[in-house]
Design a protein around this ligand. Structure first.
Ligand code: HEM
Length: 149
């Protein structure tokens, strides 16, 4: 149900609807509340515009075309927040820390990731509570992904 923490902090819940994360009220769906597919497409579009120009991050991506990586992040985030479960159907359990092991996620890479994500979240112009909810998760997830000094 949860990520293997590899000894670094608490495990991330698999989806935001996991009991204990505050999204368990019947009928409440964060994915829909923030605007559904279009909102998440915009988030990853703006984020990957930043990655494409980033001298530290761009070389980390194995494929020439960033499109497939963008699609994987989109599907993951949509599933996490209560949208379609396509990510799981295509990729299985996220195991995000494990999937990032081939890449050197240093504190500097984490900060670059978060900088581009901050720009992307700002571009959504969400109400403060929704923005804070989304950002808190992204910030925590990025800190949990660091795997090298
Ligand atoms: C902290 C800095 C991070 C760096 C430097 C980083 C970098 C990368 C790289 C290089 C890849 C491989 C690209 C590809 O899929 O082809 C990747 C994949 C991915 N990342 Fe990150 N990432 C970071 C944090 C995160 C966070 C916080 C999340 C989720 C909230 C995330 C979600 C994903 C997903 C869903 C994939 C695709 C996994 C799959 O293969 O299915 N990443 N990341």
């Amino acid at each position: 149900m949860t990520e293997t923490p590899h000894g670094q902090g608490p495990a991330l819940p698999l989806t935001a609807s996991t009991p204990g994360t505050g999204f368990t009220q019947p009928g409440y769906n964060f994915y829909e509340v923030v605007g559904g597919h279009d909102t998440f497409v915009k988030l990853v579009d703006v984020f990957y515009d930043g990655v494409a120009d980033d001298p530290l991050m761009r070389p980390m991506y194995p494929e020439e075309d960033l499109g497939p990586a963008k699609e994987r992040l989109l599907l993951f985030l949509e599933q996490y927040w209560g949208g379609p479960r396509t990510y799981g159907e295509q990729r299985g359990h996220p195991r995000l820390r494990m999937r990032h092991m081939p890449f050197q996620v240093s504190p500097a890479a984490r900060d670059a990731w978060l900088r581009h994500m901050r720009t992307a979240v700002d571009a959504l112009e969400l109400p403060p509570l929704q923005e804070q909810t989304l950002w808190d998760y992204l910030d925590r997830a990025a800190h949990s992904m660091v795997n090298s000094a």
